[in-house]
Ligand binder design. Structure first.
Ligand SMILES: [Zn+2]
Length: 174
């Protein structure tokens, strides 16, 4: 059998973004990748739309770069989970460090390529309420053209009695 070599427009450019609004998403997995400059890692959370049903199974990606950790707590609370305290010398004090609940297998090895990390933990398959924005196609300062896409504007906190401040607009100003 011959391989498919001809594709329609949607197959070539990817599906257009879903309309802006609130969606129920399910977390599928992380697809970690080192940034081009090597200075950070994007965890690339892959989520799938559960409802509304007409957009079911559409994929939404959240960068979760290590330089944007200010939004990690929003992501974790949206699943009704808490950030995990790092067990180091500051544990239990107000200088304690926090990280995503669960572990990335392979992340302890500084030579490991982040694409080989495997996430194991309580976030697997959790659902969350997320407001998506529709970002129009644009041409960047670098002259590259960028396709229209969805980005998360905000996560809805699902932690009962939470008093943390969560962002209501995570979209980068450009
Ligand atoms: Zn919260």
């Amino acid at each position: 059998m011959a391989f498919q070599m001809a594709f329609n427009k949607e197959e070539l450019s990817g599906a257009p973004p879903v309309p802006a609004g609130w969606y129920t998403l399910q977390f599928k997995q992380f697809k970690p990748k080192k940034a081009a400059n090597g200075e950070s890692v994007s965890l690339n959370a892959e989520l799938s739309i559960i409802s509304p049903a007409e957009y079911e199974n559409r994929r939404i990606f959240v960068g979760m770069n290590t330089k944007m950790a200010f939004m990690w707590q929003d992501f974790v609370h949206a699943m009704g989970l808490q950030m995990e305290e790092v067990q180091n010398e500051n544990a239990g004090t107000d200088k304690a460090d926090y990280t995503l609940p669960g572990v990335f297998e392979g992340a302890d090895d500084p030579n490991a390529d982040p694409t080989t990390w495997k996430y194991l933990g309580p976030m697997a398959n959790k659902t969350m309420e997320v407001e998506l924005a529709e970002i129009p196609a644009s041409v960047g300062a670098d002259g590259k053209s960028y396709r229209a896409k969805n980005e998360v504007r905000q996560f809805k906190c699902a932690v009962a009695g939470c008093t943390e401040k969560h962002s209501t607009n995570l979209i980068k100003k450009s």
